[in-house]
Design a protein around this ligand. Structure first.
Ligand code: AGP
Length: 612
């Protein structure tokens, strides 16, 4: 989704803005732009060059450095746009200016009532230059400023007229040292450095520049001054940020995805570390209700999107087995629009890497409003979901920049298993010694991941055998089923190849009709209770000519029953998805790279989906 960065103060604002936009590239974009406040007024530059837009902008800034050295620019705003309203053109790229060229805005989100506002503003004589919903904001600010002559107030008043989830940053030639930001549901963070203040969509954009980070409360507009480097009003709440600059850099890897894949053992180890206290109880990161209340819970919902949903699917097996409580799974965008039966004895668990995905965030808001208790599993400390939750468990995976979730996915599964143990021990479904034993099994996962990743070359060799195939089916049973879905999603996302995941038992109910000798079937055939049943499904597709690939353990999946094998270490079956998914990441990665595609930035996708 769109990325925002705003900078004011003493320093190379333009360079910081470009660097921030480069760090926000993972959000996906089709155009980019910036505005700087200079002696002559606003200078705007925009590029609608698709995925080259940010590099075009960087080149433009470098040329300016050579030609007229605008190092003294004290204020600049940058934006990467992922088109929603109006095509991906230069005219629609942000920043947008008002009729008088005295106000500039960058925006992430959707102004849901923009049609009404636009016609009102046009009736009052405003001239529009783009087809975007965004442009109404800057014209509203222009009008409100005329009344109050106070930019912060004008932005707050304009913002109160806008409906929908969004974040905005506004600047004006009238107040050349001031940036004003506001947000509703969508993320916007504030940072302060030694001589500069910043707004940004996400923390990685500011790593190395800001020393202190804050999040903004909703609705209230916040003004940042380049000469006053501290929080200006109560709408800012300090965040603890442990990520360092190195964690947001490629570090010699060809892309972020390769780096993040290799970080998976550490991600799970960090997520699992120190989770049992001296009293034998499982430790969560934030607890804002009396745990006694959680004991009364009689039903669990898990809500999530995409890969996070697959992690939740894995967790359902664990929760039902160990906590003996019914678990319903919902795709967040469905949960919000049906009429789920939720009350004070319901626990709704939101799973999200970013903690900002709008569908999950709104689903959790609604669950809370209906009286449910909310638990959140997410990777970003202080994210919107984390702030809304009663209980938070963080995946300590570090920043994930590649659009395709890898290390955060395995860390989510680990965190959800810990949540299950927490819950089972609270409800006394398990003895402390059982919890200890399961925690010990969980701590065997990071070394197993490391062993599997050491076979990366053998995984990619298998993938190379499959480069000429155009249709892939993934089969799994029990906890292997969500792994099959995740394998298919990864392959779709990265290589754009048609791929579907199925529960093995469903095969005969339809999907087997698609199987022929042009199909590849990847079966998650590691040792679980349903291994033999899954292998019967494999025989069925083998008999129909499909190329068979097994994800299996040493000594299993007899070579004569498969064309190709990915071998992974055998672990406790309920935890095996954290290991079994690894060769599927390799398959998706290699088939993307073989086509010359950039695995970090799949087409049409954004890392954090902050619009509906
Ligand atoms: C995963 O590879 C995708 N990028 C996508 O499915 C993602 O998992 C989904 O959009 C949910 O994001 P979240 O975890 O930040 O909520």
């Amino acid at each position: 989704m769109c990325g925002i960065i705003g900078v004011c103060g003493v320093g190379s604002s333009l360079d910081v803005v470009v660097q921030g936009l480069e760090r926000l590239e993972y959000r996906g974009y089709d155009s980019a732009g910036l505005v700087s406040l200079e002696n002559s007024g606003f200078v705007v530059s925009k590029f609608a060059d698709g995925v080259s837009s940010v590099s075009s902008l960087a080149a433009w800034v470098r040329n300016r450095d050579l030609e007229d050295a605008p190092h003294q620019v004290r204020l600049a705003l940058g934006h990467t746009r992922w088109a929603t309203h109006g095509g991906a053109t230069k005219e629609n790229a942000h920043p947008h200016l008002d009729c008088t060229n005295r106000f500039a805005v960058v925006h992430n989100g959707i102004v849901e009532n923009y049609r009404v506002l636009r016609s009102e503003l046009m009736e009052r004589g405003h001239h529009f230059r783009s087809e975007t919903d965004t442009e109404v904001i800057v014209h509203l600010v222009e009008e409100r400023f005329r009344l109050s002559l106070d930019l912060r107030q004008a932005v707050e008043e304009a913002f109160s007229r806008l409906e929908g989830a969004m974040a905005i940053v506004v600047s004006s030639v009238e107040e050349p040292d001031l940036l004003v930001g506001a947000r509703r549901i969508s993320p916007l963070v504030v940072g302060f450095g030694e001589s500069m203040a910043f707004f940004a969509s996400d923390i990685p954009a500011l790593l190395g520049e800001a020393a202190r980070f804050y999040h903004l409360e909703e609705g209230e507009a916040v003004a940042l001054r380049g000469d006053d480097l501290g929080p200006t009003n109560g709408a800012l709440v300090e965040m603890e940020v442990s990520w360092d600059l190195q964690s947001a850099q490629r570090d010699g890897y060809p892309d972020f995805m390769s780096k993040e894949i290799q970080e998976q053992a550490r991600a799970v180890a960090d997520t699992v570390a120190g989770r049992v206290g001296d009293d034998g109880l499982v430790i969560v990161d934030e607890l804002r209700l009396d745990p006694e209340i959680l004991r009364t819970v009689n039903k669990v919902f898990m809500v999530a999107c995409g890969t996070s949903y697959h992690a939740a699917m894995v967790a359902k097996y664990f929760f039902e087995h160990y906590c003996r409580i019914p678990v319903e799974l919902d795709i967040s965008s469905e949960f919000r629009y049906r009429d789920p039966i939720v009350d004070a004895q319901t626990l709704v668990i939101g799973v999200s890497q970013s903690g900002e995905t709008i569908d999950t965030l709104v689903a959790l808001h609604e669950a809370k409003a209906a009286g449910a208790r909310v638990m959140v599993i997410c990777n970003v400390v202080g994210s919107s979901m984390a702030r809304l939750a009663d209980v938070v468990l963080y995946t300590r995976a570090g920043p994930e920049i590649g659009v395709a979730a890898t290390k955060t996915h395995v860390a989510q599964i680990a965190a959800l298993q810990i949540a299950g143990l927490y819950f089972a021990s609270l409800r006394r479904n398990l003895y402390p010694s059982d919890v200890e034993e399961l925690m010990a099994k969980l701590s065997e996962i990071p070394p197993a991941i490391a062993t599997a990743l050491a076979s990366w070359k053998s995984f990619t060799d298998v993938a190379h055998e499959l480069v000429d195939y155009r249709r892939f089916y993934f089969l799994g049973r029990h906890v292997g089923y969500p792994v099959a879905l995740e394998g298919a999603l990864k392959l779709k996302e990265l290589s754009y190849l048609p791929s579907e995941g199925y529960a093995g038992g469903e095969l005969k109910h339809g999907p087997i009709a698609m199987i022929d000798d042009k199909a590849v079937v990847v079966a998650i055939a590691t040792k679980t209770r349903l291994y033999d049943k899954l292998m019967s499904n494999v025989e069925e597709v083998r008999a129909r000519g499909a190329r068979i690939v097994l994800v299996t353990n040493e000594g299993l999946g007899e070579p004569q029953r498969a064309d190709l094998r990915f071998e992974v270490p055998r672990v406790f079956p309920l935890f095996s998805p954290m290991v079994d998914v690894l060769p599927l990441q390799a398959l998706a990665y290699e088939l993307a790279v073989a086509q010359g595609l950039n695995p970090d930035r799949p087409r049409n996708l954004a890392k954090t989906v902050t619009v509906e």
